[in-house]
Structures are given as structure tokens and as C-alpha cells.
Design a binder for this molecule. Structure first.
Ligand SMILES: Cc1cc2nc3c(=O)[nH]c(=O)nc-3n(C[C@H](O)[C@H](O)[C@H](O)COP(=O)(O)OP(=O)(O)OC[C@H]3O[C@@H](n4cnc5c(N)ncnc54)[C@H](O)[C@@H]3O)c2cc1C
Length: 448
């Protein structure tokens, strides 16, 4: 039975003076919000994307590995179906973006090599391979000689190599820029350009609160005044989703930051290409990866820290993290020491207790009868942790299905309400009242 969640006691006031109107409002402009916004647009709806710093959250740091196979972790097998589904959507997603007039997303189907440094790393990678194979995934051992034939700059001292052909990559920064490009295109007469929004879709402000009326969400109150009125609102602002005002009472979005340091480096001409495959290493028990881009740069990542650096913001880079990444990457590819360090970046991944996203509509149940309904006009899409880039096409497709009234039972386990407990919030719902529509959840009607 879904937990008791209801609309908040006080609907936020709407400011008619600066109201924008769209079919759908998306809060948060990371890869998830942008991908959803584009899918919404492709469905023929008008959309606004609300974010004062679009693309600057976790998506700015991401390496862009599309890696359902090498990202399979112990006890996260449930996520695999979603990761594989999204991986399967990626070729068409990238091709459609190009067809729609976007530039280069950096989507590449180059394979991945898993590399172990020492004997223990080899055992760990072979144990993981057993799990991957049990899930029907293709992970083929190579001899060190075979691996070095493919990648001549790999160290001769590595202990093992495994070929993972299904794990690919995209450049997340380019991806967001491409999505912005296509969102700014409005066919004449299509009616998709939202009056008052930059490029007909962008609202460069923070969302302050959800707006409610008659028990349904009707849009967004903006932080610096004004509103966006929309038939559907999608909460996709990553780590901050849980602190949005006006979330349904009782809805708990337990997001925690998992910080990651990541590096970008330029490969000198005489060393290009440094690699042709993505290399995912295990070096004395610590993971590290090197992702080669077509522009002659590589991305080396990424640490996972649960604690923020003292006194600094979420974007503070750990010196120890940078040291560890360069040290371990050089164990696998010694020429890393000859690269030019361009950028050290850190961001926080939006993680959930079970590492799966919070994705879908928000169900509510009547206290006594247990009858359920979804809160009208509201969806949540956050908590993508390590996989947001990979999962962006699937998240977009799932949201579009929900907008169109289709529910796929495969994704029911991702319900945003799954951590919200079973206790009802006092004073919001008559105990013996059946929920036949979300209108019945209007707290004002209850007190009337
Ligand atoms: C170092 C690192 C490496 C990674 N590598 C990969 C990888 O290789 N592959 C992969 O699939 N994933 C990877 N990830 C994970 C991926 O980056 C995230 O899962 C993904 O970016 C989440 O996207 P998002 O849109 O949900 O969140 P974000 O990108 O964090 O976007 C959230 C947006 O919401 C906005 N926002 C916040 N509050 C408000 C508000 N009140 N109103 C309006 N807007 C608001 C922010 O400004 C931000 O732009 C990596 C992450 C890190 C940190």
C-alpha cells in the first residue's frame, strides 16, 4: 500500500502578474531535466525548464559513461533492467537529437576494457564477471598481450583485461548543450514556444515551491517572483528535490550527496590517441577510469566521498582525491603523467538509500480504505546517483508515458514514495473517505 501523502496544508499563492503558462513545467536543468523536457516537447507539448544554473550540477562533472555492464554492482541487480533499457534507447536518442538539428553530443559506441592492476584486482574483476554473466551480460577475458595490442599505452604490468563491448560513452556537457539547442527550436505554428520564457522554454530562476489548487499541482512558484502555471510539473532538481517547498505532505525524498572528484586532461599530439576504449581499472582495490574523448582530451575519475570538505561548498575538490586518481590512472597507463591537467572538478551525486532513482507519480492512500490515487499534475525524477547520464533517455521515456496516461509496471518499484513510510499526516484526509480522485485530497475541502 502506498504511504499516506497529501497536498500541503497551505496552497502557495500564485502571482498572476508574471505568470508563464505551459503544458509541462520541469524543475531542474541537469541531464535528467533536459532529457525529460525534450521528450515532452517531442510529444507536442509546450514545456518550460526552470533552473538558474542549468547544466551546472552533477551533470557538469559526469564522465558520461553509458555503462550498464561495468556499473553493475553487487546487490544492485534490480537496477540492471532500467540500465539496460536506457542503454538500448541511447542510439536512437542520440540519432534523433542529430536529426532534430543538434550538434555533436560526443556519443560514441567505443567499447570498455576492465583492467586489473594486481592479483587481488584480477580476482575481484573475475568475481564481478561471474555476477555480470549470471545476468546475461557479455564480459570477455583478453590476454594482456591482446589488450596491449588494442591499447598500446596500457602498462605491461597489468594483471588482467576484460572486454566489455556494450559500455559506451557520451559527453554530458555537450549533451546538455545539444538538448538546449533543440529545445530552442520551435516549428512555426506548433505553439510550443512559451511566451515570456527565454528561447521559448528556459526560465533562468530557481523554483521556490509547488503551486496547488483543488488538490492538484498546478505549477511552480519562482524564487524571485512570478509563477509558471502548468498542467503537469516534474520535480527533477537532483539533490535539492527534497527541499522544494510545497511537496506533498508526508512525501520523503531521502537524497544524500555522494561527492565525486574528476579530472580533465589534454593529451599531447605525440601521444594521441592515448586510448581508443574507455579503461575502467581496479588498482589495489580502488576503482579508477579513463575515458578518451574525440577532441584529444581524457576524463579521469572518479572518487566517491560521502563527507563534504570542511568549510567548502559542494564543488570543492579534494587534494587527496586528485592525487589518488592520477596515481592509479598512471598504474594502468603510465603516459598519464605526460598529460596536461586542464581541470579538477567536484560535484555531488544525488543518491538514495537503495541507489535507485525516485521516478514516477506520487501515490497516496486513504487512511482506512487503502484506496489509492496519484497526486494529479505531479511527477518526480531524481536520485540518479552514478547513472544519470545513462538513464536520461529512460527517465524521459517513462515521464512521457506517464504524461500520456501509460504506466509500465516494470518501473513501479522506482516510486518516489517508497521511502515515505505508512503514517498519515494529521488533518489532511478524512479517515473513512475513499479516494476516487485526487480532488478528494484537497485539504481545504477537508476542513470546509
Ligand atoms: C564525478 C561524477 C562522475 C559521474 N559519471 C557518470 C557517468 O559516467 N555516467 C553516468 O551515467 N552518470 C555519472 N554521474 C552521475 C550523473 O552525473 C548524475 O546522476 C546526473 O548528473 C544527475 O542528473 P540530474 O539532472 O538529476 O541532476 P543535476 O545534474 O545535479 O541537475 C540538477 C539541477 O537542478 C538545479 N536546481 C536545484 N535546485 C533547483 C531549484 N530549486 N529550482 C530550479 N533548479 C534547481 C541545479 O541548478 C541543477 O542544474 C557522475 C557524477 C559525478 C559527480
Amino acid at each position: 500500500m502506498p504511504p499516506a501523502i497529501s497536498s500541503p496544508p497551505e496552497p502557495a499563492p500564485a502571482s498572476a502578474a508574471t505568470a508563464l503558462h505551459a503544458d509541462v513545467a520541469v524543475i531542474g536543468g541537469g541531464v535528467i531535466g533536459h532529457a525529460i523536457a525534450w521528450e515532452v516537447r517531442r510529444s507536442g507539448r509546450s514545456v518550460v525548464l526552470i533552473d538558474d544554473a542549468p547544466g551546472n550540477g552533477a551533470s557538469w562533472a559526469a564522465a558520461g559513461m553509458l555503462a550498464p555492464v561495468s556499473e553493475l554492482h553487487y546487490q544492485e541487480e534490480d537496477l540492471l533492467e532500467l540500465m539496460l533499457a536506457s542503454s538500448g534507447l541511447w542510439p536512437a536518442f542520440a540519432a534523433d537529437l542529430a536529426l532534430a538539428g543538434a550538434g555533436d553530443t560526443g556519443y560514441l559506441t567505443t567499447p570498455t576494457l576492465a583492467i586489473g592492476a594486481d592479483a587481488a584486482d584480477r580476482r575481484a574483476l573475475m568475481d564481478l564477471r561471474a555476477v555480470q554473466q549470471a545476468s546475461g551480460l557479455v564480459v570477455e577475458p583478453l590476454t594482456v598481450r591482446e589488450a596491449r595490442t588494442r591499447e598500446s599505452l596500457l602498462s605491461p604490468a597489468i594483471s588482467c583485461a576484460l572486454d566489455i563491448p556494450a559500455d559506451h560513452q557520451v559527453d554530458p556537457r555537450r549533451l546538455v548543450a545539444c538538448l538546449q539547442e533543440v529545445l530552442a527550436i520551435h516549428e512555426p505554428g506548433a505553439g510550443t514556444a512559451v511566451a515570456g520564457a527565454r528561447a521559448g522554454f528556459a526560465v533562468d530562476q530557481r523554483a521556490a515551491a509547488l503551486l496547488w489548487e483543488d488538490g492538484r499541482v498546478i505549477g511552480v512558484k519562482l524564487a524571485h517572483g512570478g509563477t509558471v502555471q502548468a498542467r503537469e510539473t516534474i520535480v527533477a532538481n537532483g539533490l535539492q528535490a527534497g527541499s522544494l517547498e510545497g511537496l506533498p505532505v508526508g512525501l520523503h525524498l531521502p537524497l544524500r550527496p555522494v561527492y565525486g572528484d574528476i579530472l580533465r586532461l589534454a593529451v599531447p599530439r605525440h601521444l594521441r590517441p592515448l586510448l581508443t576504449s574507455t579503461v575502467r581499472g581496479m588498482v589495489h582495490g580502488v576503482p579508477v577510469y579513463i575515458v578518451p574523448r574525440q577532441d584529444g582530451t581524457v576524463v579521469i575519475g572518479a572518487t566517491q566521498r560521502e563527507d563534504a570538505l570542511a568549510g567548502s561548498g559542494d564543488a570543492a575538490v579534494s587534494a587527496g582525491g586528485v592525487y589518488q586518481l592520477l596515481r592509479d590512472a598512471q598504474v594502468l597507463v603510465p603516459a598519464v603523467s605526460e598529460l596536461e591537467l586542464l581541470e579538477c572538478t567536484a560535484r555531488a551525486r544525488p543518491a538514495t538509500p537503495d541507489n535507485a532513482p525516485l521516478l514516477g507519480r506520487v501515490p497516496v492512500s486513504a487512511p482506512r480504505t487503502g484506496n489509492t490515487a496519484n497526486i494529479a499534475g505531479l511527477m518526480v525524477a531524481t536520485g540518479f546517483f552514478r547513472h544519470g547520464v545513462l538513464l536520461a533517455p529512460a527517465a524521459a521515456a517513462i515521464c512521457r508515458d506517464l504524461l500520456d496516461g501509460r504506466t509500465d509496471p516494470r518501473w513501479g518499484a522506482l516510486s518516489p514514495a517508497r521511502f515515505s513510510g505508512k503514517h498519515h499526516v494529521a488533518g489532511t484526509q478524512s479517515p473513512d473517505k475513499d479516494i476516487s480522485s485526487t480532488k478528494d485530497l484537497d485539504p481545504q475541502k477537508e476542513s470546509a
